[in-house]
Write a protein of this length. Structure first.
Ligand SMILES: CC(C)(COP(=O)(O)OP(=O)(O)OC[C@H]1O[C@@H](n2cnc3c(N)ncnc32)[C@H](O)[C@@H]1OP(=O)(O)O)[C@@H](O)C(=O)NCCC(=O)NCCS
Length: 213
């Protein structure tokens, strides 16, 4: 069973990373592979009630790979953590099958919840580099999360999410009509208020001038 899991982990990388030329290269050179294998050991210890040992194995894994996975986090088959440095996967996170995470991804808590406080990812989810998914939310199957997004709300299956805070720009492969990608001419409510006050001042001055003759 463990051998089958490890073979699956290697194949997950070989099929999804064109840079992976052989199984040996994956075994020797992919921190995402090392982190997933060490997570299986950490989780076995955790489930056997050897909590401290589980945490220690996870800590060594983080030290070696730069990827932090809590031993209680549940990960599915064929997870591929590409590059991986600075990934954090929290205690109550759940990850489906065939998921890809790039470097700098956080599956974390908002700091406002207790109990189930980390996200649940469906199958075939891709999370771009630097993206943060926070809270006990659910990300549906086949969702793509853009690099550097911050996702705070659940996302339906087959959607693409980008931005801070994350917003859905595609659903079922179709671009949403009101999805704006304009990051330059964003509305500026403070400037709008200043302009309104300035206009009010001009009108008041005019009224005073008219009254004074
Ligand atoms: C979001 C992503 C998955 C693409 O999804 P998609 O559904 O194919 O979307 P598209 O490429 O059609 O892009 C749709 C729009 O979102 C914009 N967009 C894409 N990714 C974005 C991001 N991360 N942040 C902000 N805007 C983004 C595109 O510019 C495009 O805007 P436009 O239509 O105004 O030109 C991809 O851009 C991404 O971020 N992948 C992560 C890859 C990664 O982290 N690689 C690291 C390798 S080391």
């Amino acid at each position: 069973m463990i051998f089958k899991d490890i073979t699956d982990d290697i194949d997950a990388i070989r099929t999804r990373d064109p840079a992976a030329r052989s199984r040996l290269e994956v075994v020797l050179c992919y921190p995402g592979f090392h982190a997933v294998v060490m997570h299986r050991v950490a989780q076995a210890a955790w489930n056997a009630n050897l909590k401290l040992l589980g945490r220690f194995v996870a800590h060594v894994s983080r030290w070696v790979t730069g990827i932090e996975i809590h031993p209680a986090a549940r990960i599915g088959r064929r997870l591929f953590i590409d590059h991986g440095m600075a990934c954090v996967i929290g205690e109550t996170a759940e990850i489906g099958d065939y998921v890809t995470l790039f470097q700098g991804v956080t599956l974390g808590g908002t700091g406002k919840e207790r109990g189930k406080r980390h996200p649940t990812l469906g199958n075939h989810v891709v999370v771009g580099a630097g993206a943060k998914i926070l809270g006990g939310i659910t990300i549906g199957d086949n969702v793509k999360i853009g690099a550097n997004s911050v996702v705070l709300k659940s996302v339906a299956a087959n959607s693409t999410v980008i931005g801070v805070p994350g917003r859905v720009i595609k659903s079922q492969g179709e671009r949403l009509p009101d999805a704006t990608m304009d990051q330059v001419d964003l509305p500026d409510p403070i400037s709008d208020r200043f302009l309104a006050l300035e206009q009010e001042l001009i009108e008041l001055r005019k009224k005073v001038d008219d009254r004074n003759g």
